[in-house]
Design a protein around this ligand. Structure first.
Ligand SMILES: [Zn+2]
Length: 69
């Protein structure tokens, strides 16, 4: 019998940077939505999740509030 894991983590399977559905964000330079490059999940100061990355076209920093599901 196994003891139940402490608080299930959805991100438990994450590890490698594999081809997942890249989160999209608006690029202010390209003036369009693009898939984020190097998307990273971060937590803002107020404790809310956000995603940070770069535009694959121009390299502008992108930011999106909310974790990618
Ligand atoms: Zn761009």
């Amino acid at each position: 019998m196994r003891a139940p894991a402490l608080g299930r983590t959805k991100a438990a399977q994450k590890g490698r940077t594999r081809r997942m559905a890249a989160p999209q964000a608006y690029c202010v330079k390209c003036k369009t939505k693009r898939e984020m490059k190097d998307a990273t999940q971060i937590t803002m100061k107020n404790g809310r999740p956000a995603t940070e990355g770069k535009c694959p076209e121009c390299g502008t920093k992108m930011f999106k509030i909310g974790a990618s599901s």
